[in-house]
Design a protein around this ligand. Structure first.
Ligand SMILES: NC(=O)c1ccc[n+]([C@@H]2O[C@H](COP(=O)([O-])OP(=O)(O)OC[C@H]3O[C@@H](n4cnc5c(N)ncnc54)[C@H](O)[C@@H]3O)[C@@H](O)[C@H]2O)c1
Length: 393
């Protein structure tokens, strides 16, 4: 088997996780070959932790110029520079895995979408959850008719580790616009998947900052804070007692009560889809450790399916209207220790087949655009307090 040589544009937390998966779980398929990251020291440090030692360049252009041969590229810079990252590689014509969300701001999202549509090579977007076996099985139940005709969906994300989002760049609307874009695009994409890719057409949304943000200095870190022991959100408390393990907190060790943290942490919206299906979505970034995970409910004329994504193990239940009271189809899915419910692994397998020209990408540019356009419309609705139509660029 010919191993595909990968060039990583950004070697932050996401770049390192996928490089590790490519080298370890999928070492027969991939060979991480080079990286480009302005923080070359940080990138090298991360490589060391996962047992890799790749040449690191400070720009994508340098990486491409100095690498003997690359088969494909992976962009995982923060989303406010995805446009520049894409432009830096646009002439290579190499197969590309681009992280979601596409861009951090509405105007740049539209520009990037148009430019990526013109790209002359296969493109996959990192909506890894679509590849998760639990969600693919759920979609299969719908296709097999277990629920009848789908009428509505109720999706909830309870995020116990949400404070991590408020320790770094994700807390700033000038970087990510909103959690409706940075985080919910995953869930919006799965709503679309369950709805047979009949995309959202309109949304009415709320957003509030209920817990994080405040008046602390932007450069305050827990380790320098006089309240580091008494504050329940202090990393000293969270890292050890809540997660019980050491996390990679590079760039994510700032105080969650900083002045610059201006995105919502408790949000809710109602969604209308092109086929008349209606949906609701809620996400909260400060739920307790024992009250966390995504819970997706899909309602049909003949049954209701619950997908409890859990942590490490998921439970899918199908309840049919025609069944006896206690009848229930239950399936459990084990993904302990795997990223995104095993979605990362299957996404990378699909990426390999896409590079080889044998498979179409399961996570397409147009589906990613639809999920992000919904997120952007939700942001508009929060501001206007009106129902807003989803504008596809
Ligand atoms: N698909 C998923 O489930 C998933 C999960 C995590 C992150 N992400 C996405 O991946 C992206 C990165 O997230 P992260 O958690 O790795 O962030 P991070 O802050 O850990 O890493 C970002 C890296 O990008 C580097 N960088 C900054 N500007 C750059 C540039 N112009 N060129 C090259 N490198 C540059 C930084 O030095 C850093 O090493 C974001 O868009 C995020 O939303 C997606």
């Amino acid at each position: 088997m010919h191993k595909k040589k990968l060039g990583f544009i950004a070697f932050g937390k996401r770049g390192a996780i996928l490089a590790r998966d490519c080298a370890k779980e999928l070492g027969d398929f991939f060979e991480p070959a080079a990286a480009a990251d302005p923080d070359t020291a940080g990138a090298k440090e991360r490589m060391k932790k996962i047992g890799l030692s790749l040449p690191v360049y400070s720009t994508p252009e340098e990486m491409i110029e100095n690498s003997d041969h690359l088969d494909a590229l992976f962009i995982s810079t923060p989303e406010d520079c995805h446009l520049e990252s894409f432009r830096a590689i646009a002439k290579t014509g190499l197969p590309l895995l681009m992280e979601k969300p596409l861009e951090g701001d509405l105007e740049r999202f539209a520009i990037l979408t148009r430019e990526m549509r013109e790209y002359d090579a296969p493109v996959m977007i990192g909506h890894c959850m679509r590849h998760a076996p639990i969600l693919r099985r759920a979609r299969q139940f719908i296709d097999e008719g277990w629920l009848g005709k789908i009428t509505s969906m109720r999706f909830v994300q309870n995020c116990c580790y949400g404070e991590q989002m408020f320790r770094g760049w994700r807390r700033r609307s000038d970087k990510v616009t909103s959690m409706y874009v940075e985080k919910s695009t995953h869930d919006f994409d799965i709503m679309h998947m369950m709805n047979g890719d009949a995309f959202a057409t309109g949304v009415f949304a709320f957003s509030r900052q209920a817990k994080f943000g405040g008046d602390k200095p932007n450069d305050l870190k827990c380790k320098d804070c006089p309240e580091q022991l008494s504050c329940s959100e202090s990393i000293l408390n969270h890292n050890e007692t809540v997660y019980g393990r050491e996390l990679d907190l590079t760039g994510q060790d700032y105080c969650v009560y900083a002045q610059e943290a201006d995105v919502g942490d408790d949000e809710m919206c109602m969604i209308e889809f092109a086929n008349g299906v209606q949906g609701s979505y809620a996400q909260t970034f400060f739920t307790p450790l024992n009250y966390t995970g995504r819970i997706y409910t899909v309602v049909g004329t003949e049954g209701v399916m619950d997908i409890n994504m859990g942590h490490g193990q998921g439970l899918l239940t199908v309840n049919q209207r025609s069944a006896a009271k206690s009848d229930q189809l239950r399936m459990t899915f084990d993904y302990l220790g795997h990223g995104h419910y095993l979605g990362d692994h299957h996404m990378l397998r699909n990426f390999y087949e896409m590079i080889c020209g044998r498979e179409e990408p399961f996570t397409t540019l147009e589906a990613a655009v639809a999920a992000e356009a919904l997120g952007m419309a939700a942001v508009k609705s929060v501001k206007s307090k009106q129902f807003e139509t989803v504008q596809i660029p």
